[in-house]
Write a protein that binds this ligand. Structure first.
Ligand SMILES: Nc1ncnc2c1ncn2[C@@H]1O[C@H](COP(=O)(O)OP(=O)(O)O)[C@@H](O)[C@H]1O
Ligand SMILES: [Mg+2]
Length: 269
C-alpha cells in the first residue's frame, strides 16, 4: 500500500441479492485529502461509503483502512475501526427527540467514558468547527436544512475521527448553504488533517473542493483530479462533468468558473 493511501479498495464486488452493484472495484483515497465520489443514482456511491465505514461487508475483495484489511476483522475489531471514522449520513439522521447538544453528545456517551464537562466542551468545539453557536438547546425540527447538515457534520466530528465520510452533504440545500458546507469541509480537512470522502452529485462544488474524483459509471470507475477528468479521453467522463445541469443557469456558471479556481460568487445570481 502506498504511503499516501489512507483507504484502498482492491477488487471489491458487491451485490444485493441477484442485483450486482459493482464488480472488481479498485480505488484509493489519499491520506489528508478530499476525495469526491460521483456517479448516477444507484451506481453504488453510498454503498462504497458504507463499505469503507465497515457498515456493510463486500461480497469479495479487500478494503484497507489505515493499513488494516477491514474485511478480515471480527465485529469487535471492526468496532474499533469505526470509532476512528466520522460519518455524515444522507439526510442528517439526527435523533428528532434529542436536542442538538444531546445529538452531539450521543456518540461520545456511547463510546467513551468522558465526563460531563469534557463532553460539554467537546460539543461546543465541534459546533464551533461548523460555525454554529446558541443552537445546543434546539430540537432538530427547529433547524433549517443547512443547519441540520452542519449539526450532522459537527456530530461526525465528535469522536475526533481521522476519516470523515459524507453522503450527499449538499442535497436539498440552496447555493449559499452549499458553499458554506463546502468551505467547512475544506477547513476541517486543513485544520484537522482529516481524510475526507464525499459522495455528491453536485458537480460545481466537486470541481472546487476535490483533490481526487472517483466517477462511478456503469461497468467502469474512473479516478483522477478534476482537471484530469474534465479533459478525459472517454466521452462519458467529460459528459458527466460538463453535463448541462438540466438548464439551471446558476449551476452552469458555477461549473465553468469552478474549473478555473475561485470565482465571484455574486455572478451566479
Ligand atoms: N440494503 C440494500 N438492499 C438491497 N439493495 C440495495 C441496498 N442498498 C443499496 N441497494 C441497491 O444497490 C444499488 C446501489 O445503491 P446505492 O449505493 O445506494 O447507490 P447511490 O448511492 O449511488 O445512489 C441500488 O440499485 C440500490 O437499490
Ligand atoms: Mg446514495
Amino acid at each position: 500500500m502506498g504511503e499516501c493511501d489512507h483507504i484502498r479498495l482492491e477488487d471489491v464486488s458487491m451485490a444485493f441479492g441477484r442485483r450486482e452493484v459493482f464488480t472488481g472495484l479498485n480505488s484509493c483515497f489519499p491520506r489528508g485529502q478530499i476525495s469526491v465520489i460521483l456517479g448516477g443514482s444507484g451506481s453504488g456511491k453510498s454503498t462504497v461509503l458504507k463499505i469503507i465505514g465497515g457498515l456493510v461487508r463486500p461480497h469479495s475483495g479487500q478494503v484497507w483502512v489505515d493499513e488494516e484489511n477491514i474485511t478480515q476483522l471480527k465485529e469487535r475489531q471492526l468496532y474499533q475501526v469505526r470509532r476512528r471514522i466520522g460519518m455524515m449520513f444522507q439526510g442528517g439522521a439526527l435523533l428528532d427527540s434529542l436536542t442538538v447538544f444531546e445529538n452531539l453528545a450521543f456518540p461520545v456517551r456511547e463510546h467513551t467514558k468522558l465526563g460531563e464537562d469534557e463532553i460539554a466542551s467537546r460539543v461546543r468545539r465541534c459546533l464551533e468547527a461548523v460555525g454554529l453557536n446558541d443552537v445546543e438547546d434546539l430540537l432538530p425540527g427547529q433547524l433549517s436544512g443547512g443547519m441540520t447538515k452542519r449539526v450532522a457534520l459537527g456530530r461526525a466530528l465528535m469522536m475526533e475521527p481521522v476519516i470523515l465520510l459524507c453522503d450527499e452533504p449538499f442535497s436539498g440545500l440552496d447555493p449559499i448553504s452549499i458553499r458554506r458546507i463546502e468551505q467547512l469541509l475544506m477547513r476541517i480537512n486543513e485544520e484537522f488533517s482529516i481524510t475526507i470522502v464525499v459522495v455528491s452529485h453536485h458537480i460545481p462544488s466537486t470541481l472546487r473542493m476535490a483533490e481526487q474524483v472517483l466517477l462511478m459509471l456503469p461497468g467502469a470507475t474512473v479516478a483522477g483530479s478534476p482537471k484530469e477528468l474534465l479533459a478525459h479521453d472517454d466521452d462519458r467522463v467529460r459528459g458527466f462533468l460538463h453535463e448541462d445541469f438540466g438548464g439551471d443557469p446558476d449551476l452552469q456558471v458555477e461549473s465553468i468558473e469552478g474549473s478555473h479556481g475561485e470565482k465571484n460568487w455574486s455572478r451566479s445570481w
